[in-house]
Design a protein around this ligand. Structure first.
Ligand code: C5P
Length: 326
């Protein structure tokens, strides 16, 4: 019986790139946040063997290089299951957009296979399989607000951000993440930022642990959220005042039009606007839905495809995952 699921996207609330490690990955610190936009995946197991990927979008590979193929292969082996796996991807999210589309697709495949086969992969093995396929897959096993460390694959659930209005702008530019890391390495870090990679890691850790421990010494702005008469949640406050996405420093140099998108979002009232991952998707977080709609209209008038959506809490993400299981 086919299983149909939603494969949600993510944004990064800050991303600090650390030193290049001997294994070829960069140490990083980020906060992942799942959001409502999604692809739809339909997984079916038929008689026979092998894995077949179907997708009408020509930018999505249908061979063994597809993340869904890689994870299906590992999951079937892990479960000692037999059959021909058919994965149909209805692509709605941008490809190479920094929204974790391909990563989310892979994890959705793993979870849908478990449902289709009525068998479970142990939690620790799931995390391991996901991390083998890509650095930003494991976050999709947790959902909501997630801390990512290591090379992004080591994940910890954080206290959820409340569901927040959000504008996602998707300029038609594909950014390769390995290339963005290579550009980061090639550029003189001193020119880009006065701090060393280790300094930025430490700073990210400091603001985060202050938030997690509810430290009274944490220098929150304490500015009441407009119209609500109370301070913002500490996470939003620290994102707004203390966390940046390091990829902006290299990606904005290459694509200056993305910096303009960020400015439009900020001028339209976003309390935080940023590149997501290595881009090219940009997002703005807003206090109200009408404000988000106005910002999206402005961007659309400028020819930048933009949608209004919300961030998804862990619970929302879990309950909306399954479309049908028959
Ligand atoms: O794990 P993922 O497939 O997303 O990584 C693709 C490539 O991006 C890696 O081979 C590496 O070159 C680069 N990368 C990195 N540091 C990270 C994540 C990815 O250098 N933290």
């Amino acid at each position: 019986m086919p299983v149909t699921v939603r494969s949600f996207a993510k944004i990064n609330l800050g991303l600090a790139i650390g030193p290049l490690r001997p294994d070829g990955f960069h140490e990083l610190r980020t906060i992942y946040q799942t959001i409502a936009p999604h692809d739809i995946l339909r997984i079916e197991i038929k008689r026979g063997s092998g894995i077949e990927i179907r997708c009408k979008d020509p930018r999505v590979p249908t061979d063994a290089s597809n993340t869904c193929y890689k994870i299906a292969e590992r999951t079937m082996a892990g479960l000692k299951a037999r059959g021909r796996v058919i994965i149909e991807i209805e692509k709605r999210l941008p490809v190479q957009g920094g929204l974790g589309g391909a990563s989310g697709n892979a994890v959705a495949t793993l979870l849908a296979l478990e449902l289709a086969l009525r068998k479970r992969v142990a939690g620790a093995e799931k995390l391991q399989i996901a991390a083998e396929v890509g650095s930003d897959l494991p976050l999709f096993l947790i959902g909501g607000t997630v801390l990512g460390v290591g090379h992004g694959e080591e994940v910890y659930p954080l206290q959820d951000l409340p569901s927040t209005p959000c504008v996602i702008a998707t300029p038609p530019i594909g950014v390769s993440t390995p290339q963005a890391f290579a550009d980061w390495d090639a550029s003189s870090l001193n020119q880009l930022t006065p701090s060393t990679p280790s300094d930025r890691m430490l700073e990210f850790g400091r603001v985060l642990s202050a938030w997690l421990s509810g430290s009274k010494n944490m220098q929150y702005s304490g500015v009441p959220a407009r119209g609500r008469g109370r301070a913002e949640t500490p996470l939003l406050d620290l994102v707004r005042t203390g966390i940046e996405n390091d990829f902006e420093k290299v990606v904005f140099l290459k694509y200056p039009e993305l910096r303009d998108v960020k400015r439009v979002l900020e001028r339209a009232g976003a309390f935080y606007a940023s590149l997501s991952g290595s881009g090219s998707a940009m997002y703005g977080l807003f206090r109200t839905l009408p404000a988000a709609h106005k910002a999206a209209e402005k961007l659309q008038k400028l020819g930048v495809p933009s949608t209004v959506t919300r961030t998804l809490t862990r619970q929302q993400w879990k309950t909306k995952f399954l479309v049908s299981n028959f």
